[in-house]
Write a protein that binds this ligand. Structure first.
Ligand code: OGA
Ligand code: MN
Length: 270
């Protein structure tokens, strides 16, 4: 039996109606993976899975990354809960997760546990659609280009009050070069952009910044974006290989708490 689906925006995002038992059975995993790949994002409204159910559901979809406590990484700006909370300020900027990892994650499952009073809406942009719509001239321009991604680049943007110590810390983290256009195993192509993108290899700094800014602006136009207004218990799964995302700023003491479970990457960014 196929689950009921409702598209959220023309080019990205589909809501799936199902209860926890149906999802945990694994019976619908193939359909969910199909929708995820085709639509970039799947939403289950007010599903209210607990942590163990969330991880069990994730396991029906792929291999789960060893992150956080028992595969639940707490996405919060509260430093007393998550030691690396400061890094999460980078989530206010458009990004793809894991661009400095050997293989970026396949997907993430994010559930809302506590909301902030202001800010905290998350939005995703479909990077397949953005590539598809580029005029042929721009496709020709970006073909073959490579971009260097680093933690330092996004952290500099996110934390303008950084210290020399912060910079030294960021520089211990990996720096990676990726093609600007990801040619997936499926043959489909997507853009690889976001705030970890430092520069285009072989370009003058001005030319590089202009191109990256231009592409990011194009790729995050309203027609490629779905923005989610969270309710407690909502679960979103995003295809991290074909979308980028960011969250509306919220304050560190807002209490906002999201629980994330991440699926291991399945194909190198090539
Ligand atoms: C993430 C992320 C956005 C949010 O967990 O990778 O970017 O809304 N989260 O908290
Ligand atoms: Mn993220």
């Amino acid at each position: 039996m196929m689950l009921e689906t409702i598209d959220l925006a023309p080019r990205i995002g589909t809501e799936i109606r199902a209860d926890a038992a149906a999802l945990l059975s694994g019976e619908h995993a193939a359909q969910i993976r199909e929708v995820l790949g085709g639509r970039g994002l799947v939403l289950f409204r007010e599903l209210n899975l607990d942590d163990r159910q969330q991880v069990a559901f994730a396991r029906t979809l792929g291999d789960v990354m060893n992150q956080g406590e028992d595969h639940i990484y707490k996405v919060t700006l509260d430093k007393t809960v998550t030691k690396t909370a400061e890094y999460l300020l980078g989530t206010f900027f458009w990004h793809i997760d894991g661009t400095t990892d050997a293989i970026p994650s396949r997907a993430s499952l994010l559930s809302a546990r506590r909301l902030s009073e202001t800010g905290g809406r998350t939005e995703w942009a479909n990077t397949y659609a953005a590539y598809e719509d580029l005029p042929q001239g721009e496709k020709d321009t970006v073909a073959g280009l490579r971009v260097v991604h680093s933690a330092e680049t996004i952290e500099r943007a996110a934390r303008p009050d950084f210290t020399e110590e912060d910079v030294a810390d960021w520089r211990t983290r990996p720096v990676r070069s990726h093609p600007l256009v990801w040619t997936h195993a499926s043959g489909r192509k997507s853009l690889v952009l976001g705030a970890t993108a430092s520069h285009v290899e072989g370009f003058e700094p001005d030319e590089s910044r202009a191109l990256l800014d231009h592409l990011l602006e194009r790729a995050t136009q309203a027609q490629y974006v779905y923005q989610h207004e969270w309710h407690v218990g909502d679960l979103v799964i995003w295809d991290n290989t074909g979308t980028m995302h960011r969250v509306d700023p919220y304050s560190a003491d807002s209490g906002r708490m999201m629980h994330r479970t991440t699926l291991v990457g399945e194909e190198p960014l090539a």
